[in-house]
Design a protein around this ligand. Structure first.
Ligand SMILES: NC(=O)c1ccc[n+]([C@@H]2O[C@H](COP(=O)([O-])OP(=O)(O)OC[C@H]3O[C@@H](n4cnc5c(N)ncnc54)[C@H](O)[C@@H]3O)[C@@H](O)[C@H]2O)c1
Ligand SMILES: [Zn+2]
Length: 363
């Protein structure tokens, strides 16, 4: 088992990356001393796969266990679902020492963390991510939130988990599209911080897509370490250091929003396209050699992530990007690669350059 520390004073915690950790989560949590009664938030798909294993492990260590199922949809990240869970939780919480477990992907993780952050002004919670995207990204760093009609993640908090348990066995049941969804974020980490990780993915993307355990242990461990180190330096996203995690996300979010979160492009697919557009901008401004940008594009294509935008209108993408949260006082903000392993944050890129880069990928 690999242990990655997220160093945040008295909010520090470990990310555990290993094989078969679900069977061990009772023992892991017992040592943390965070409560006696586990309130597990998940959905029915994940419960069908992992409920028995996690229940057995927790009960063996003396915990009581209660499951709360939410609908398998981004729509569960809502204030109404939050209220519903808070009511159920408070009715259940009689003579108990409650802690919350988020068992699932980013939807379950973001909602559960938000519930944990506001229930009784905060109760301990634990992330047990079951998607590749959640293991390498959303379960780490303490950004918890639900959506409003106007935009995603509009109501939330910074609230760190007590531990993140990444069991590679728990992602063996992911459909291929969900594996690619998470792989896009792993490619992002390679480009922003770690050329050797990028090279590893170039050589091993087939093994990753086939869910090879050793390849996954390697990329999940590396990705968690990169995110943990960035979060440790900028927990509350106010020192400008977390910004580089948004590489590919300026246009990625715009593509997601312009397709109205219809599922035409999931998050990873959108940011893969965002990375391509960012690469084109970077090349046209002379920030990156074309050969390096081509490597990024080739890897994205090889993994089966999209390399062209279909069925979304360019004007919708353009106007969605104007509403991006990264816009500061009317100036846009892009994270541009200078080479693989190094990015910089660039503001106020001209509309002409952006539109040209966008058009290059519209089919
Ligand atoms: N908090 C953050 O820092 C952060 C970062 C990135 C993304 N997010 C959020 O994460 C969410 C997306 O997360 P996601 O991509 O994990 O999507 P998701 O949670 O919707 O999961 C994707 C699908 O996979 C299924 N699934 C989960 N685990 C499975 C398993 N082991 N086997 C088979 N199927 C499984 C889910 O039921 C769902 O249908 C978005 O709401 C996004 O805003 C948050
Ligand atoms: Zn992302």
């Amino acid at each position: 088992m690999k242990k990655v520390r997220v160093q945040l004073d008295n909010r520090s915690y470990n990310i555990l990356v290993g094989h078969g950790l679900l069977n061990d989560c009772g023992r892991i949590l017992k040592k943390l001393n965070i409560g006696t009664d586990a309130f597990i938030i998940t959905n029915s798909r994940i419960a069908n796969l992992y409920k028995k294993t996690i229940r057995k492990s927790l009960e063996k260590s003396g915990f009581t266990v209660k499951f709360e199922l939410i609908a398998d949809s981004e729509r569960s990240k809502s204030l109404s679902c939050t209220g519903d869970i808070l009511n159920k939780l408070s009715r259940y919480d009689v003579n108990k020492h409650i802690f919350i477990i988020a068992l699932g992907g980013g939807v379950v993780g973001d909602l559960s963390g938000f519930v944990a952050s506001i229930y009784k002004r905060g109760v301990p919670y634990v992330q047990v991510p079951t998607t590749l995207l959640a293991q390498v990204d959303s379960a780490i760093g303490g950004k918890v939130a639900v959506d409003l009609a106007v935009a995603k993640n509009m109501v939330g908090a910074f609230y760190q988990p007590k531990v993140v348990i990444c069991d590679i066995c728990a992602i063996q049941t992911l459909p291929p599209r969900q594996v690619r969804n998470g792989l896009a974020e792993v490619i992002k980490y390679g480009v922003i911080k770690d050329a050797s990780l990028f090279k590893y993915i170039e050589s091993n993307y087939k093994r990753i897509l086939e869910l090879d355990v050793d390849a996954l242990l390697y990329v999940v461990g590396k990705s968690c370490k990169i995110k943990a180190d960035i979060v440790a330096k900028d927990e509350f996203d106010n020192r400008g250091l977390r910004t580089i995690l948004n590489y590919g996300h300026t246009m990625g979010h715009a593509i997601e929003a312009a397709s109205h979160y219809s599922g035409r492009y999931n998050h990873g697919e959108s940011i893969a396209l965002g990375m391509l557009i960012s690469g084109r901008i970077s090349t046209s401004l002379g920030f990156i050699k074309k050969s390096e940008a081509d490597r990024i594009e080739r890897l994205i294509g090889n993994t089966g992530l999209p390399i062209a935008i279909k069925g979304v209108r360019d004007e919708d993408i353009y106007s969605a990007h104007l509403h991006d949260k990264k816009f500061i006082k009317g100036k846009n903000r892009f994270i541009l690669a200078e080479k693989i392993g190094k990015v910089s944050v660039v503001d106020s890129i001209s509309d002409r350059v952006i539109c040209k880069a966008l058009e290059a990928y519209l089919k």
